[in-house]
Design a protein around this ligand. Structure first.
Ligand code: ADP
Ligand code: TPW
Ligand code: MG
Length: 579
């Protein structure tokens, strides 16, 4: 056959075959890998993508700002161990989503940020395209992996790589760059279907070395005053039963980092939460389980801890580079927490020696003292409320509704709620995490409601809420069972600052007597203003019984908080004062 005849045959074949395009290949690749929900904001070039995904049965949750969509995807990843998907437009939308991607990576939450991007040829020659930006280059240092797809035939492989990168090893954020042209590329539908990859065993178990296990057991066995610290990695791992069995069999007291609270009930007999400073100072062996020795644990040294050389650290983590990051780890155990804790549990065997009664006795005494000291503060019914009075009411709410998801951000509102509100079930407390970032509130609330179907209680500082507050419309639009309580103290930390230099307000204060509840009413949700703990409790109960979107403006004494909550010592000024 002549070349011309061959060409003609090919053309006939082409017109007869079924075609697919970039849009559908991305949707099919996500569906094939179990993606049920996409969080995003529409616009060029992904508006049709959202519509088509919706038509293909994926739930597409549209937000008012990409950062909130990104935070929603990130926490969906944390809750489900599947990468949460965030979808944005190019340049500015991408950048809005990037903060959430970086935050997800920092917190070890698996997520994939998918952004449309402009014409490569124009972007690379910097000729001024619509929303021009070299997004791939910008995303790279802020996530675990970043990929760009130029050919429709590569979409299947790209999505597979993105999923593996997000969930395997230490989980984190992945960026997937999809140029506008890709969506419109067509190819043979059969070949397209064959190009898709269903990822097998995306996060393979990582079994610890037997020698590492016996080394750790030796150290634990010889401890007089052992302590376990669980971090959010342990909660993420979903090895709840194994973890509980290990704690109860070993009898070792434990602390739970903020988002690990509830992995075991905070009221568990071995919880040393109410004796935190005592156990950190006095333990002779500390086993970290999915918790980094970062600033949240004073880097494992200094006055929070015992004298240098008096404490040994065992660490369980999936990331080998985490070992010795701040202090020497005498028994590193690298592997996934489920596998490591099972191996440790098995190795305990009969040769285990329960911590001395002096150690557990001393902890219990301290716990009782601290709990007794706190009790009257939590029962005060002052109006305007102080933090403790209001939190006393919310503490009871969670006790009565342990399966509700609690979201928490702010300064005083965060630090005090973390201490006061006991958690009873794993992965029920979601908060500002490793960076202490404000703005996670409404994104987390939306995803928590959607991914779990459980009622959500978001306890928000008035400043913290402002970072994502517009999403109350999203909560109303999707009619989600979210109850937001704003701790309204007229500002950041306190509402009492005065600017002595001009007529401008002080930098930390807001409009006095604001009524955030009216924001909710504007979108058809329920708004309530409360001034006493009793009113607060009643309003929250009603909201959670009804499942209706509700915002409660809880009036807090503007003078009740302290600067930076519990971390005022990190202010540069406080170092100057000390000198
Ligand atoms: P926290 O802030 O609660 O102290 P961090 O975020 O500092 O917790 O630490 C979480 C740690 O858990 C990270 O070092 C991460 O590598 C680790 N991690 C996450 N998932 C797993 C897992 N499945 N198995 C083992 N380690 C994990
Ligand atoms: C993205 C700095 C830490 S806490 C906080 C800010 C602005 C708000 C505290 O006020 P709030 O709480 O929420 O009213 P309360 O109860 O003490 O009055 N920008 C980002 N992240 C952080 N952490 C900040 C700024 C900050
Ligand atoms: Mg405030």
């Amino acid at each position: 056959m002549s070349a011309a005849a061959q060409g003609a045959t090919a053309m006939v074949a082409e017109t007869e075959q079924e075609l697919t395009d970039g849009f559908h290949l991305v949707i099919d690749a996500l569906k094939l890998n179990g993606v049920k929900t996409i969080y995003g904001v529409p616009g060029i070039p992904i508006t049709d993508f959202g519509r088509m995904a919706q038509a293909e049965g994926i739930r597409v949750i549209s937000f008012r700002h990409e950062q909130n969509a990104g935070n929603a995807a990130a926490i969906a990843g944390y809750l489900t161990k599947q990468p949460g998907i965030c979808l944005t437009v190019s340049a500015p939308g991408f950048l809005n989503g990037l903060t959430a991607l970086a935050n997800a990576t920092t917190n070890c939450f698996p997520m994939i940020l998918i952004s449309g991007s402009s014409e490569r040829e124009i972007v690379d020659l910097q000729q001024g395209d619509y929303e021009e930006m070299d997004q791939l280059a910008i995303a790279k240092p802020l996530c675990k992996a970043a990929f760009r797809v130029l050919h429709a035939a590569d979409i299947g492989i790209a999505v597979a790589r993105a999923i593996r990168a997000a969930v395997s090893g230490r989980p984190g954020g992945v960026y997937l760059d999809l140029p506008a042209k890709l969506f419109g590329q067509v190819m043979n539908a059969d070949a397209g279907a064959k190009s898709l990859v269903k990822v097998i065993d995306a996060a393979p178990a990582q079994i610890p070395a037997p020698s590492a296990i016996s080394r750790a057991v030796d150290v634990l066995k010889n401890a007089k005053r052992p302590l376990i610290i669980f971090g959010k990695g342990a909660a993420y791992a979903q090895a709840d039963d194994t973890i509980r069995a290990f704690v109860e069999k070993s009898g070792i007291p434990f602390l739970q980092m903020s988002m690990a609270k509830g992995l075991l009930p905070d009221t568990h007999a071995l919880s040393a939460g109410a004796a935190r400073s005592t156990v950190l100072k006095e333990a002779d062996v500390v086993m970290l389980v999915g918790a980094r020795l970062n600033w949240l644990l004073s880097h494992g040294k200094g006055k929070t801890w015992g004298a240098p050389g008096t404490q040994k650290f065992v660490q369980i983590d999936i990331e080998p580079k985490e070992m010795d990051s701040n202090v020497e780890i005498v028994a590193p155990v690298v592997g996934d927490i489920g596998s490591c804790m099972s191996a440790l549990l098995e190795a305990l065997g009969g040769k285990w020696q329960v911590p001395s009664p002096e150690w557990t006795g001393a902890i219990n005494k301290k716990k009782e003292e601290n709990i007794a000291k706190m009790a009257p503060r939590l029962m005060n019914n002052k109006s305007p409320m102080d933090f403790h009075g209001a939190l006393g009411a919310l503490r009871t709410v969670i006790k009565e509704r342990p399966d509700a998801i609690l979201i928490n951000e702010g300064a005083n509102t965060l630090d005090l709620a973390r201490g006061v509100i006991d958690m009873y079930q794993p992965r029920k407390r979601l908060d500002v995490g490793t960076w202490g970032v404000m703005g996670i509130g409404m994104g987390f609330a939306v995803a928590a409601a959607i991914e779990t179907g459980k009622p959500v209680l978001a306890i928000e500082g008035d400043s913290a809420f402002g970072f994502s507050g517009m999403e109350v419309e999203t909560i109303c639009r999707y009619d989600l069972p979210v109850c937001i309580v704003i701790f309204n103290n007229d500002g950041i930390y306190r509402g009492t600052d005065v600017n002595g230099a001009s007529n401008d307000p002080a930098t930390t204060v807001f409009v006095k007597g604001s009524r955030y509840d009216k924001m909710m009413e504007a979108f058809g949700g329920i708004g309530v203003n409360v001034t006493t703990p009793d009113e607060l409790k009643r309003a929250v109960d009603k909201a959670m019984d009804s499942g209706k979107p509700t915002l409660i403006n809880a009036v807090i004494d503007p003078a009740a908080g302290s600067e930076s909550g519990r971390i005022g010592n990190l202010n540069p000024q406080s170092a100057l004062k000390k000198k």
